[in-house]
Structure formats: C-alpha cells, structure tokens
Design a protein around this ligand. Structure first.
Ligand SMILES: Nc1ncnc2c1ncn2[C@@H]1O[C@H](COP(=O)(O)OP(=O)(O)OP(=O)(O)O)[C@@H](O)[C@H]1O
Ligand SMILES: [Mg+2]
Length: 270
C-alpha cells in the first residue's frame, strides 16, 4: 500500500520563503529517517537547483519532450533516499500547464514517486490553475505567510480560491520571517479569523520561523541552512515544525492508500 504523504508548499505572495522552508524541512525529515522526494513544481521560476548548487542535466520538461526514463531525472541530494526532481525554469509553455499536460507529466512520474515517505512539492506563488489543482490534490497543504499585511491578504485569497474551486478546507500554516513569537501568533490569528468568519475554515498553525540572517547566508553559499548551521534560530524552528509534520503523517498514514494525487492518476489510461 502506498504510504507517501504528498505535501504542497504554497503561498499567496511571492518571496515569503517557500523554497527555503521546503528544502530545510525536507532535510530534517530525511535526517529523521524518512525517504523523501523534493519536487520543484515552480515551472516559471524554478530555483531549488540553485539553492542546492546543482546544474541538473535533465529536468521534468524532458519527460514531456522525449521518452527519457523518468528515473534518470532524479538527482540524489543525500544518501539514503533524499532525492530531487528538477524543473526547467523560464519555460513559458510550462508555467501554466493545461490539465492534460499536467496529468501526463504526473502519470510519467508515478513510478518515481514509489517508496518515499514524503513527496514535497515546492509550488510557485499565487493562484494559477496549476497551483490550485496541485495544491488541492495533495494530502497536506502548507501555506507560508509572513507577518506583512500583504502576505495575509494574499494567503487568504489563495485559501478562498482553493476552497471555492476545489472544495478544500484543510490547511496548515507556517509564519516565516517573524521577529518574535508574538508576531507568529498575531499573524496566524488574523488569517485564521478571516478564514473562519468568511469561509468557515479553521487552518492549523504548524509553527513560526524566526527572521534569521543565517538563512540568506545559506542561500548565498548554495547549501541548506540545516547543513550550514543547524543551531541557528530559524533552523531550530524548522526542526520543531518537521517534528509536527512527522506526527501528522503518523496520524494519517493509514489513509494514504486513497491519496487524491496518486488515486486520480492511477485510475487513468494514457
Ligand atoms: N526566516 C528567514 N529569515 C531571513 N530571510 C529569509 C527567511 N526566509 C526566507 N528568507 C529570505 O527570503 C528569500 C526568498 O526566499 P524563497 O526563495 O525561499 O521564497 P519563495 O517563497 O520560494 O519565493 P518565490 O515566490 O519567488 O518562489 C531568501 O532568499 C531568503 O534570503
Ligand atoms: Mg520559491
């Protein structure tokens, strides 16, 4: 039975820290003993490869263009099943994939997904149809916000659209770039209050991540923060969140056989 938890990392506003949080949470979960596949789903501005200091030979785009073996695109990041699926950046025809292309791509990737405990999807910012449908199909949606008012309004718009178009009502939230725990609480409560009042939805707070100069430093060095300095404030926060994600998976692992992402794909003929 499939036991992969698919996790989409989302945000309304761009540049809030999705890619860095996806990478470092993935790093922690792998260190915790979980095989994990990190998939760059930001087809417009793919940059996980840059954060990892990699120049992959193939990307997922090649799967649509040729009959290359899907396994040959997978790039190992660490031994023991921490792997990466690179996307091609700046390909305008892929930024907004239509439904058929997206389904074809995921169908070709199905054999690759096997055997991981987590599939992390780092999505582009905003409310494009690709973001909304991949987010809706995943088992867990993690919305990254910052304490800025623009981030709150944009993340509310994202949640509202996903709820309206796909009937989704469960969301987890991380407040990134917070100056103190009070800011985390306040930002989350503001978002939770509007979600509750206008949509009848109660998002769950996974935790806050401190504003930490070590993070831009890790970006400059093209290495995950967890590898560079796992004792920095943001690294400690990210570790606590990874522990919660581990607990969440343990609580729902028995339901993952009917995972929407994989279920929808396996039932189709191509
Ligand atoms: N906790 C933090 N403390 C300090 N700086 C941070 C933190 N989180 C993110 N940043 C900074 O924000 C920048 C943008 O982060 P990142 O690329 O992960 O955002 P993103 O949401 O993936 O952006 P995009 O929407 O373009 O995909 C990083 O290069 C980093 O310098
Ligand atoms: Mg990003």
């Amino acid at each position: 039975m499939r036991k992969t938890l698919s996790v989409s990392i989302l945000s309304g506003k761009g540049g809030v820290g999705k890619t860095n949080l996806a990478l470092n949470l993935a790093f922690c979960l792998h260190k915790g003993g979980h095989p994990l596949l990190l998939m760059d789903c930001d087809m417009g501005l793919a940059n996980l490869d840059v954060l990892l200091g990699l120049a992959p030979e193939h990307t997922m785009y090649d799967l649509l263009e040729s009959d290359i073996e899907p396994q040959s695109i997978v790039v190992p990041i660490e031994q023991g099943g921490f792997d990466f699926l690179p996307a091609a950046s700046g390909l305008t025809d892929l930024i907004e994939m239509d439904n058929d292309t997206r389904e074809l791509l995921f169908h070709r990737l199905l054999p690759v997904f096997d055997g991981y405990d987590y599939l992390f999807m780092d999505l582009g910012a905003g409310i494009s149809p690709t973001v909304l449908s991949l987010g809706a199909m995943s088992d867990m949606r993690v919305v990254i916000i910052t304490p800025e008012p623009t981030s709150l309004t944009d993340s509310y718009a994202l949640i509202k659209m996903m709820h309206a178009q796909h009937g989704v009502d469960d969301f987890h939230v991380i407040v990134n770039q917070a100056e103190n725990p009070g800011e985390v609480k306040q930002a989350f409560q503001r978002l939770a209050a509007v979600c509750d009042r206008f949509l009848g939805i109660s998002p769950v707070l996974l935790g806050g991540v401190s504003y930490d100069k070590a993070l831009p430093e890790a970006v400059r060095r093209q290495t995950p923060l967890m590898r560079m300095n796992h004792k920095s404030p943001a690294a400690k926060d990210i570790f606590s969140i990874a522990v919660k994600m581990q607990r969440h998976r343990a609580a729902i692992v028995h339901t993952l056989g009917q995972s929407p992402l994989f279920g929808e794909l396996t039932g189709k003929e191509y």
